[in-house]
Design a binder for this molecule. Structure first.
Ligand code: GDP
Ligand code: MN
Length: 375
């Protein structure tokens, strides 16, 4: 689960990391009064998408009146499709350099790694593309945990004066503690600013917590699911595993293995999955119907590929579910079915009767789906 900037900063601050003074507001008049208290302020749209600065979601106000006006505008807009409901109003900090510092879990290396760069302020993905050599990595042995060596490397990579060793150590140590305490997948400060008076302050903060550990933090578990799309929420209510992707082929499959193989095959044949939904084992017609309805109405997908291996799942049940869904909402986009296994003959017959082609080979079905997605 992604935390908002203000939530991430609240945690960071509790762990001793310096953050700008500020408050979260939901109305222009609140922004006005915070500005009156803090002077020149920065108003920051609280959305979970990155790059708010470039999208106009980070604005400086010189006076309370200006803060009022900017807040009014920001609170009535969306940033990259996400409605702005809250603003963080903070004192404007005088910065001399913008640095990048994060701690992530490197799954392949099976350990946390600090990413450190003196070129903060730009998105790390961008930086990684343009100047990969500008990102320094320090791996941490989880059996050993945090050591002060990390602070000394950070200091050097960030070209900070030795007088800041204690400050950078406090920051890097706190980041590690946050990662462990919250089972965080990411703790990021971008920028971590070096102020005009030589202090380190987290100007932006982002923490992502592993959903599987939310039960340890009841205050966060209550928020579980708030960052999901409507589709993800609906799929979850229906009891399916659903994942949103960015292509244009919708995929329904059964079982994690077959679903992953379907993704691979789509990519192999030059297509891009829009999402995938795993109906699980032994799905009945009702749940297949709901799954198909959900997936047919997905706005980005242009074709729906259904790949079923019938074991405990019966192909005829799946076929009936598909037909029922089409009866309810219409065949609003092409459906390609591949099915094999239990009651396959009956399933095929039901679908063909309604004019839906059924393939036995996954490759054949995928090729057709990819082709249709490009028309
Ligand atoms: P993001 O674009 O969503 O990552 O939003 P950030 O919180 O990182 O802000 C974007 C940029 O706004 C930063 O890189 C800074 O250049 C600038 N900015 C944000 N807060 C301040 C501030 O207090 N003082 C100054 N001078 N610049 C700021
Ligand atoms: Mn940022």
């Amino acid at each position: 689960m992604k935390l908002y900037e203000y939530e991430s900063k609240e945690i960071a601050s509790r762990y001793g990391i310096l953050v700008p003074r500020g408050r979260v507001v939901v109305s222009p008049s609140e922004a006005y009064s915070v500005a009156r208290e803090l002077g020149v302020v920065v108003l920051k749209a609280q959305v979970l998408v990155g790059g708010r600065g470039l999208a106009g979601g980070v604005r400086i106000a010189e006076s309370p009146e200006e803060a009022y006006n900017i807040a009014e505008k920001l609170l009535s807009t969306s940033i990259r499709g996400e409605r702005v409901e809250k603003l963080l109003v903070e004192e404007k900090v005088c910065i001399s350099r913008e640095l990048y510092l994060s701690l992530i879990v490197d799954r392949a290396a099976r350990r946390p790694v600090y990413l450190i760069s003196e070129m903060g302020g730009v998105e790390i993905e961008e930086l990684a593309k343009k100047y990969p050599e500008k990102i320094h990595r320090v791996y941490v042995d989880p059996g050993i945990g945090y050591t002060d060596y990390i602070a000394r490397v950070s200091l050097q990579v960030l070209k900070l004066p030795w007088t800041l060793l204690q400050d950078i150590a406090n920051t890097t140590r706190a980041m590690y503690k946050i990662m462990v305490d919250y089972d965080a997948e990411l703790v990021e400060f971008n920028p971590l600013a070096l102020t005009c008076d030589n202090r380190l302050i987290a100007l932006d903060a982002k923490i992502i917590i592993d959903d599987n550990s939310l039960y340890k933090h009841p205050e966060l578990q209550r928020l579980y699911g708030r960052d999901l799309s409507e589709y993800e929420k609906r799929a979850r209510e229906l009891g399916f595993s659903y994942v949103e992707l960015d292509g244009d082929i919708g995929v329904i499959s059964n079982g994690a293995g077959l679903t992953m193989a379907t993704m691979d095959s789509i990519l192999y044949y030059g297509g891009k999955p829009a999402n995938f939904l795993d109906i699980g084992g032994g799905a009945h017609r009702e749940s297949v119907r709901e799954a198909v309805k959900l997936m047919l109405t997905h706005p980005r997908s242009r074709v729906l590929l259904i790949n079923i291996f019938g074991g405990i799942t019966r192909c005829d049940e799946v076929a009936i579910g598909i037909i029922e869904a089409i009866r309810e909402i219409g065949l609003i986009k092409p459906i390609i079915v591949r099915m094999l296994g239990t009651n396959e003959e009956e399933g095929r017959r039901i679908l063909r009767e309604q004019g839906i082609e059924v393939y036995s080979e996954m490759d054949d079905a995928v090729k057709v789906a990819v082709e249709l997605s490009k028309r």
